[in-house]
Design a protein. Structure first.
Ligand code: ADA
Length: 560
């Protein structure tokens, strides 16, 4: 299931969910003999007993059958982390990054059965600047769904819809991208259907092999706004029509009407101040790796709601779109961020860092643009934003987001305190602070200090978020001595932090590190040598069993 609803009615689309042939290999593109395994897609190969720690290349094979000659479009929602896609023995697409989707379009495929082979690499090497040994796990495999579509020569590549409030009424700004993969120039028109209004969005000539953007502005006088309390969603349909009047393609999505602003040092949803109280979450589960099936995503959101949260931070990468669909439906605010965690200046100077993180930033915004639940875009968690070289990257990536989407505020989670150099570049300043865990500071005094740092370093007048705080709590380690690592101590830390932050009205968001324990990369040094090769700061453990801190969080978040 690629989304929680059908994304096409005209375009023929099916999913390649199920068991695929699989074999490990030594090199990308290497000729493989026998495929000795059958692995589920979506899935992580670590779930197979022989590949529990496998870091390297895996080859997946599946058959694709077409009943008539057609253009084929394959959509991969996430392959971890590098994919080379071969169709009938010829390489057709390459993609880097586990957490964004990519397409592979193959013109004029004959009817019959074809061979789809995907080489997947999850190894760490110089060519991979973002997937590095880290405080979470880079799994291997086709971790998110795959769709196979038959498309006409003219097809819709993307639709970006922006709700705009004007006075008392709502408008929508539509931007549709249409591609012509045929041999001749064609005239097309697009209609947009939403909230009972069927509007002509525009006409355009599309040259062979090119794309055009068709934009329009439509009034929606009678829609209800999307809010955390009442997450009203509307089905959106775009229909592409040829000059001859033939409806050749469509695009279905869901949108919500809401505004998100940052005025007077606060965050407003639909003009009203809001305080985001949430958790940081990794896509990780011992029985699924990073390929959580829908029912486990739902379970996580049930627990997150039970905790009294109204927000989730997608630390530290763009999420599976089904999770975002669930947040849209349930009125859970999302801070979505591009992919990076704790990269040093040296790591940011890897020549691949620039294009890889700019690409994931583009893809994140373009692919997830329509989700009303996403209120904040963010970049580069705890990277070198305290250096001039680092700042150049922050500036570039925040500019990319600002140009693609001026409707949402931007932020980044910083741990550089009074050394931070980038607060002027974003609309929201955010701090990762660990008083009671990595330091002995008093959380309230530290927050007041952080506000002063923000004010002095370019963040004056901007809303402030505590984007991380917390401490280890090993599930089942109960101790009257309340040592570090005990559930009691973790609950104490969460308690003192929450009390301090919730009573400070200049704080517009609080995200606990973290929702559930997660697997981390094994290595040397304090970070990669964590006990049990886990980050154990979850409020629930990796199987989602609540620790003592669960009730603490509930008391604060639900008590408000
Ligand atoms: C950082 C980081 C998290 C996690 C956390 C911790 O702030 O952003 O990914 O590593 O610290 O547990 O230390």
């Amino acid at each position: 299931m690629i989304r929680l609803f059908s994304t096409h009615q005209i375009r023929k689309s099916t999913e390649l969910e199920g068991l695929w042939d699989f074999t490990p290999a030594a090199h990308m593109g290497e000729k493989v003999g026998a495929y000795r395994y059958r692995l589920p897609v979506p899935g992580c190969w670590e779930m197979h007993p022989e590949f529990g720690n496998y870091r390297g290349i895996g080859v997946y094979r599946q058959k694709v059958t077409l009943h008539q000659r057609s253009n084929l479009r394959l959509e991969f929602k996430g392959v971890s982390h590098t994919a080379h896609v071969y169709f009938d023995g010829v390489m057709k697409a390459c993609h880097y990054n586990a957490y964004t989707a990519f397409e592979c379009v193959i013109p004029q495929v004959e009817a019959g059965t074809h061979d789809l082979v995907v080489y997947v690499d999850n190894s760490f090497h110089e060519d991979s600047a973002l997937h590095v040994p880290n405080d979470y796990y880079t799994y291997g495999g086709i971790i998110r769904p795959v769709a196979v579509e038959e498309i006409s020569d003219l097809y819709i590549q993307n639709v970006m819809f922006t709700p705009v409030r004007q006075g008392l009424g709502w408008h929508g700004s539509w931007k549709a991208v249409v591609r012509n993969m045929g041999q001749v120039e064609r005239m097309v028109s697009i209609r947009g259907i939403l909230a009972g209004i069927d509007a002509e969005l525009g006409r355009s000539l599309v040259k062979s092999g090119e794309t055009v953007e068709i934009s329009s502005w439509v009034a929606y006088p009678d829609v209800k706004e999307w809010s955390l309390e009442n997450p009203n969603l509307y089905a959106l349909t775009a229909i592409l029509t040829t000059e001859e009047g033939y409806d050749c393609d469509d695009w279905l999505d869901r949108v919500g009407f809401r505004t998100i602003t940052t005025d007077n040092g606060k965050i407003q949803l639909n003009g009203k101040d809001v305080v985001l109280q949430g958790v940081n979450r990794h896509e990780d589960h011992p029985m699924a790796g990073s390929a959580l099936p829908l029912h486990l995503m739902v379970r996580d959101l049930e627990l997150i709601t039970d905790l009294g949260c109204n927000a989730v931070r997608t630390s530290h990468y763009p999420y599976d779109e089904r999770f975002l669909d669930l947040c849209d439906e349930r009125g859970i605010a999302v801070w979505e961020e591009n992919h990076a965690r704790g990269l040093s200046l040296e790591q940011m100077l890897n020549p691949n860092f620039g294009w890889q993180s700019e690409q994931v930033t583009h893809e994140m915004v373009q692919q997830h643009y329509n989700h009303p639940s996403i209120l904040i875009w963010a970049i580069l968690n705890e990277c070198a934003s305290h250096t001039e070289e680092g700042r150049a990257h922050y500036e570039k990536q925040l500019t990319i987001i600002g140009e693609l989407d001026p409707s949402r505020p931007r932020s980044f989670a910083s741990h550089h305190r009074d050394q931070e150099k980038c607060f002027d570049l974003a609309e929201i300043v955010s701090f990762n602070l660990y008083p009671g865990w990595y330091t002995n500071e008093n959380p309230g005094e530290l927050a007041d200090q952080a506000r002063l740092w923000a004010d002095a370093l370019g963040g004056k007048g901007k809303p402030m978020i505590i984007s991380e705080f917390g401490g280890d709590g090993f599930y089942g380690f109960r101790s009257p001595n309340r040592e570090k690592g005990s559930e009691e101590r973790q609950a104490d830390i969460i308690d003192s932090n929450l009390r301090a932050y919730l009573e400070r009205d200049y704080i517009s968001g609080i995200f606990i590190w973290q929702f559930s324990d997660c697997r981390v990369t094994e290595g040397l040094g304090w970070l990669l040598a964590r006990s049990c090769t886990r980050n154990s700061k979850g409020i629930v453990d990796e199987y989602r069993r609540p620790k003592l801190a669960y009730e603490t969080v509930k008391r604060y978040f639900r008590g408000r």
